[in-house]
Structures are given as structure tokens and as C-alpha cells.
Ligand binder design. Structure first.
Ligand code: FES
Length: 106
């Protein structure tokens, strides 16, 4: 009998650095949703409502297949520390293909 809880998810792989933990997600899952579902410690003070910048991450690989940075996300990123050209907010970044993200040092 088919058991949905044992069904293997078919979708892109998302790798979190520096731990190197790799998870498979459904296409369109946000990085924050994936982190929470796999017990990866990722700050999210506003619970993904684009009202903080605590979920700031860096995309190391695969950003060309993600949703583009919105002006609202770009505005919120201005309040994050150590912003780089590959900075994104994990609650806004959707995974459609294999991706590697780096969590800032805490
Ligand atoms: S959790 Fe606050 S903007 Fe992502």
C-alpha cells in the first residue's frame, strides 16, 4: 500500500553551508521552508513575512534558476549586515533547481 509519509520526494537538491547538509525539496519551496522542515537552524524573526532581514543568506550556486529579487526584498536586505551581490532572504528565495546556500556566521 502506498504510504505518503514514506514516498520519496522528487525535486531539486538544496545544500546548506557550512554544514554541507543536503535535502531534497519540492520545486517552489522556499529556502526557509526547507530549513524548518529539516531542523536546520536559520533565523526567521518575522516568520517569513518580509518584515526583517534575519533570514539573510548567500546563494553560492543555482541562483539563475530561482525567483528574481523583488524590490521589497531588496529594500529589506538593506538592513542586513555584510550584504553581498549574492545575498537573499531565505523566506523569499524559492528553489526550482539544485542550489547551494551559505548561512552567515552567527
Ligand atoms: S524571516 Fe523575516 S524577512 Fe525572512
Amino acid at each position: 500500500m502506498w504510504n505518503p509519509f514514506k514516498a520519496k520526494i522528487s525535486g531539486p537538491d538544496l545544500t546548506f553551508l557550512p554544514s554541507g547538509k543536503r535535502v531534497t525539496v519540492l520545486s517552489g519551496t522556499t529556502v526557509l521552508e526547507a530549513a524548518l522542515a529539516h531542523d536546520i537552524d536559520l533565523n526567521h524573526s518575522c516568520d517569513g513575512n518580509l518584515a526583517c532581514s534575519s533570514c539573510h543568506i548567500y546563494v553560492e550556486f543555482g541562483d539563475e534558476f530561482s525567483n528574481p529579487l523583488s524590490s521589497e526584498e531588496d529594500d529589506m536586505l538593506e538592513s542586513a549586515d555584510h550584504v553581498q551581490t549574492n545575498s537573499r532572504l531565505a523566506c523569499q528565495l524559492k528553489v526550482y533547481a539544485n542550489m547551494t546556500v551559505k548561512l552567515p556566521e552567527s
